[in-house]
Each structure stands twice: as C-alpha cells, then as structure tokens.
Write a protein that binds this ligand. Structure first.
Ligand code: ATP
Ligand code: SKM
Ligand code: MG
Length: 174
C-alpha cells in the first residue's frame, strides 16, 4: 500500500469498524479522525460542539485530517468530513477515497444499537430516523463526488473488507 486510504460515509456506515479490520488484515497503520481529534482536544465531540459550536469542530476536523495524513495507512474519517470542499479535494489528491454506502434503515439500526452520544451529538435535533434520512439526502452527492470507489457497506465487516481488498487489488492475506 503506497497511498493512504480514506474511508468516508455517514455515521454508522462502519468506517471505524471496517478501517480497523482492514488495517489489521493488511498490517497497516490505522487512524480515526474522530478519535484522534477527541484525544488531542481532551474532550468529546459533544463537548466541543456545546462549548465552541459546529464551526469550530469542523475547523478542528480539517486540521486533524492534515495532521494524520501520512504516506500510507487507513484513515477512518468523521461522517461530515466531506462537507468541506477543501477536505474533499485534499483526500482525493493525497490518497484513495472509498465511500462506504448503506441504506438509511441499516444506518439507523446500527446507530440505535450503539448511539455513542459523546461522539455523535445530534446534527438536526430530529429523531434519529428522520435525521439519518435528511442528512444522507444532503450529503450522498458529496460522498460520491469525493470517492474514487463506492463499496456496499450493508454487508458484514469482513465482507466489506474483502470488497475493498478486491477493488483496490491489495496484497493482503484473507
Ligand atoms: N458492516 C457492519 N455490519 C454490522 N454492524 C456494523 C458494521 N459496521 C459497523 N457496524 C456497527 O455499527 C456501529 C457503528 O459503526 P462505526 O462506529 O464503525 O461507524 P462509523 O462509520 O465509524 O460512524 P461515525 O461516522 O459516527 O464515526 C458499531 O456498533 C459497529 O459495530
Ligand atoms: O456526520 C457528522 O457530521 C459527524 C459524524 C461523526 O463521525 C463525527 O465526526 C461528528 O459527530 C460529526
Ligand atoms: Mg467512526
């Protein structure tokens, strides 16, 4: 692997889960922008948003993306990283961008089972089903614009990893 692989997609599509598994399989570095950002800020995303607002979180997110992007490795991003045109272009130029795409009911089921409110404060104030649907409708085109490849993320994590290995022709043990 000679370029970083950026995993993008909505909350619950499995960027962190699949990224960890892919990195383990390919013996690569793994970094998660949400986790890195929270560790370096010393507070959760919910606390950042409450104290500083979404704009400040988005600025921190771009700085994180720049800081974690190295010559190679797997980078799991936050669900809203594609909102910034700068971030979209940065990822496309620096590496390979994969959109983990899943339908709304799949995302809602996963997020209801594991809400992680500290990392996922509400984006709209709406109930989860309405929020996921509204946010995906707004962002799907941006995920597609940023992506070099789109992978079906409604499969099991192991299957999603295998699809990525095949699509990118990665030389990893299966
Ligand atoms: N392919 C999958 N099949 C079943 N469950 C999954 C799959 N991928 C992830 N999950 C589960 O869904 C939940 C959310 O996954 P994960 O945290 O990896 O999503 P994410 O895309 O990183 O979300 P965020 O944008 O909030 O960081 C977790 O509980 C995880 O175990
Ligand atoms: O979809 C989003 O806008 C977000 C997704 C999470 O990964 C976090 O990056 C944060 O909660 C924002
Ligand atoms: Mg994640």
């Amino acid at each position: 692997m000679t370029q970083p692989i950026f995993l993008i997609g909505p909350r619950g599509c499995g960027k962190t889960t699949v990224g960890l598994e892919l990195a383990r399989l390919c013996q690569s570095q793994f970094v998660d922008t949400d986790h890195w950002l929270q560790t370096h800020a010393g507070k959760s995303i919910a606390e950042i948003v409450e104290q500083e607002g979404w704009e400040s979180f988005r600025a921190r997110e771009t700085a994180t993306l720049e800081a974690v992007t190295a010559a190679s490795g797997i980078i799991a991003t936050g669900g809203g990283i594609i909102l910034s045109p700068y971030n979209r272009q940065f990822m496309r130029e620096k590496g390979i961008v994969i959109y983990l795409s899943a339908p709304v009911p799949v995302l809602v089921e996963r997020l209801e089972a594991s809400p992680e409110e500290g990392q996922r404060p509400t984006l709209t104030g709406k109930p989860i089903g309405e929020e996921v649907s509204a946010v995906l409708a707004e962002r799907d085109a941006l995920y597609r614009e940023a992506a070099h490849h789109i992978v079906d993320a409604s499969l099991t994590p192991a299957q999603v990893v295998q699809h990525i290995v095949r699509v990118l022709d990665l030389a990893c043990a299966s």
